[in-house]
Design a binder for this molecule. Structure first.
Ligand SMILES: [Zn+2]
Ligand SMILES: [Zn+2]
Length: 395
């Protein structure tokens, strides 16, 4: 039993979701319950922060609230359980209404149980699914086309649905990451990566080194998510396929109990503007360049191996591998990471030229042949149709 119709609708969905027997469990508003009796009644007072207490439960006696509370508390034959945000309800200014009388009576004659010992998780996925069923159509914002707004209760079902449909790429700006929330979202992110959809997470560089954050970031990286850290990051944003933008106050990878507001935009010009403002356009270009560079380097390494054996490290005699630096690729010691050996051998220009030539790369801009060039900043890839085509890529 609850004072509000919306709450009983949500409860009804939960009853159906958990397949509770309909002949034993009934949900109803207090109004509808008048004249009825049950062995046990659970009365949910519903109201809690950040909202004001609803009309149904305020007012001095004898008010509508008096009548509601009276009906609710007298329908149980065996046991009455009252669900309430105790601190919130008892810390009100008004003390002469029926609700206060009821709470005082319960404190003296009832048994107080901490809700956290009964329900562990505020963000119960079942509640989120039920909410989604109760509020199927997101409310439209006044004017802008394709803008809908969400709160912490209905954000995740809608956002996760967008993730499921993503085909291009997903970028999430979440200043914080928390274990519990990540556990819920990470399955969706992994599914995306498995489908070949790049996922980028931008999160705040903690001011103090944090082992917890490091561990969670490792979890994400292990699933193939590209995690970038930024000092002072405070924006909460997400972009899906450059078509949908989420924008507001909610930390997507850490939200747990706070009240939030998120706006979903699907209007192309707005999404594009937000992507520019937030630096996401630049970020995507950079990560694309970086992954292009990585794959070119892998191919170059294979091409070089066909031409000659890699020399050993001049400092420790361990094998070398292809790495790249400011001035282009070189043979670097394989124990660079573990033993910090900085031994390296330059690749002879002729060999590098031949290795690039054997790759038969086509210019992404004009389709022309790609050749090795060198300039002040070392070697790079350039189009053979220069100066008609000015395309260059770093190695
Ligand atoms: Zn070495
Ligand atoms: Zn070209």
């Amino acid at each position: 039993m609850a004072p509000y119709r919306a709450q009983t609708r949500l409860l009804q969905h939960l009853v159906e979701q958990y397949e509770l027997p309909g002949d034993k469990v009934e949900t109803a508003t207090v109004h509808r319950f008048q004249g009825n009796e049950k062995d046990m009644v659970i009365f949910d007072l519903v109201d809690g922060p950040p909202f004001k207490i609803g009309k149904l439960l305020t007012g001095t006696p004898v008010s509508e609230a008096t009548r509601i509370l009276n009906v609710a508390c007298t329908r149980a034959k065996g046991k009455l359980v009252i669900v309430a945000h105790h601190d919130y309800l008892s810390q009100r200014a008004s003390t002469d209404d029926s609700l206060t009388t009821l709470l005082q009576h319960l404190e003296q004659h009832g048994k107080l149980i901490d809700a956290r010992t009964v329900v562990q998780d505020y963000a119960d996925p079942a509640v989120i699914t039920a909410l989604d069923a109760v509020i199927p159509v997101p409310r439209q914002l006044g004017n802008p086309e394709g803008a809908t707004h969400f709160n912490e209760g209905n954000f995740y079902p809608a956002f996760l649905r967008d993730l499921q449909d993503a085909a291009g790429e997903v970028v999430i700006f979440s200043p914080f990451i928390a274990e519990r929330r990540l556990a819920e979202v990470i399955t969706y992110l992994r599914r995306l990566v498995d489908r070949g959809v790049p996922v980028i997470v931008v999160t705040r560089e903690p001011q103090e080194p944090s082992r917890v954050t490091d561990k969670l970031i490792q979890q994400l990286s292990a699933k193939g998510v590209n995690v970038l850290r930024r000092g002072g990051l405070h924006e909460k944003l997400a972009f899906v396929d450059r078509k949908i933008a989420w924008f507001g106050s909610l930390n997507i990878l850490s939200q747990s109990r706070s009240s939030e507001l998120m706006i979903r935009l699907s209007q192309p010009e707005l999404v594009e503007k937000l992507m520019e403002f937030s630096g996401t356009v630049y970020l995507l270009r950079k990560t694309q360049e970086e992954s292009g560079r990585q794959s070119r380097l892998v191919k170059l390494s294979e091409s070089l191996k066909k031409l000659m054996a890699f020399p050993p490290c001049p400092q420790c005699s361990r094998p070398t591998e292809i790495r790249t630096g400011k001035y282009g690729p070189f043979w670097g010691c394989t124990s660079y990471q573990d033993a910090k050996c900085k031994g390296l051998v330059n690749i002879p220009r002729r060999v590098l030229e031949l290795a690039v030539q054997n790759l038969e790369l086509a210019c992404p801009d004009c389709g022309g042949k790609v050749i090795l060039k060198s300039g002040r900043k070392g070697v790079f890839l350039g189009c053979s149709r220069y100066p008609d085509c000015r395309r260059t890529d770093s190695l």
